[in-house]
Design a protein. Structure first.
Length: 379
């Protein structure tokens, strides 16, 4: 039997159900959903698959220990009890990051120092060395303190999973790739969907929808921290990459169309789509939202300019009104708009069929969903 690991994937608040579905589809065991996080169990192959395939996770953490820590001594002892010498080689670099919320130990720098010290002492004893050069591969350690409960983890991802590798530059206040993927899921994007975005910016919503429709693993074009972990078999990464490549639906009939009034944004969207491997499935052009005419079978996914992206609330309201007018004149299959504008429905001129609270970073937003509810949804 392969060794099973306790794993956890943080995500945007509001996208937990989507991530839980993704995790279960990979074959994870003991899936548990809490606010902004999905915990699960799996082997080394699942660690690789989760990093490569999860669209809505921010990272994949390997959970090594949980314990109560009311004092620095308890924090030290809990960290020291973890068999670090079985995980980290003697030359490992192991930076420590963490957070504390509603806990007796509230100083994050002090906790970082204690965690680091405990790992150093355990590694020195376990490897029977007096010095740790920290010149080898990087193993990023994370701790969280929540209501005096400590959790110690190893970050298997490295850079956040929203960094797919295709977006070299972005427009002002772009939507994160992981959030865009969650919206594509909530918008029921399928392999034969036509997705349109009249405020496409750097193209993220259209690109993520395209990758979902084509079943392209979002992590295919990047590397992960755990590929260098000595205790994980190297071959699982090549095996999972091969499986991900074999799963791409080259016959999918997906089409993506993005427009924006900014020519620089459109040029950037084209470049990003090409880097993401979906350049042939996505078209981007310069156009004003007032000329937007979605096709009858189109699913519109959009992030209307607001706040940092615009700075003028009146202008934002006018753009939402223009979008609403164009939608009523050319109703498509569904429209899904994420915005921090609490008055969006009034500006758009129509009450949404559904709304979902979702966070864009630390900004509370709503996803306004316009579609014809099914009979079961009406009742």
């Amino acid at each position: 039997m392969p060794q099973l690991y306790d794993l956890a994937a943080p995500c945007f608040f509001g996208s937990e159900a989507t991530l839980a579905f993704e995790v279960r589809r990979l074959g994870a065991q003991d899936v548990r959903v809490t606010d902004g996080r999905v915990a699960f169990r799996g082997d080394a192959a699942l660690i690789a698959a989760a990093n490569l395939d999860l669209r809505t996770a921010e990272r994949v953490l390997l959970c090594l220990g949980r314990f109560t820590a009311l004092t620095f001594d308890e924090l030290f002892d809990g960290v020291y009890a973890i068999p670090w010498e079985e995980l980290l080689p003697p030359d490992a670099q192991f930076p420590v990051k963490g957070s504390s919320l509603s806990s007796q130990l509230s100083s994050v720098p002090a906790c970082q120092s204690i965690v680091k010290k405990a790992v150093v002492k355990r590694l020195q004893a376990g490897h029977r060395v007096t010095t740790l050069p920290e010149t080898g591969d990087v193993y990023r350690l994370r701790f969280t303190l929540r209501k005096n409960e400590a959790e110690i983890s190893l970050d298997t991802s490295g850079e956040g999973l929203h960094k797919r590798g295709y977006r070299k530059n972005a427009t002002l206040a772009p939507i994160k790739e992981t959030l865009a993927a969650a919206i594509a899921d909530l918008g029921r994007v399928r392999r034969d969907s036509l997705v349109m975005d009249p405020f496409c910016g750097s193209g993220t919503l259209v690109i993520e929808a395209a990758q979902k429709a084509l079943n392209m693993a979002p992590g295919l074009h990047r590397r992960f921290a755990a590929e260098h972990f000595a205790f994980l078999p190297k071959e699982v990464w090549a095996q999972q990459r091969q499986a991900a490549l074999a799963a791409v639906r080259t016959d999918a009939a997906f089409e993506g169309v993005g427009t924006d009034i900014d020519p620089d944004a459109v040029a950037l969207a084209r470049a990003n789509a090409k880097l993401a491997g979906v350049g042939e499935r996505c078209r981007f052009s310069v156009a004003d939202v007032r000329a937007f005419a979605p096709a009858a079978n189109a699913t519109v996914l959009t992030n209307p300019p607001y706040g940092e992206r615009l700075g003028d609330a009146q202008q934002a309201a006018a753009l939402a009104a223009a979008l609403g007018e164009r939608w009523r004149q050319n109703p498509g299959q569904g429209l899904y708009a994420i915005t921090a504008d609490a008055e969006f429905e009034a500006h758009f001129g129509q009450k949404a069929a559904r709304r979902r609270k979702i966070y864009n970073g630390m900004i509370p937003c709503q996803l306004y969903m316009y579609f014809t509810p099914r009979k079961a949804e009406k009742e």
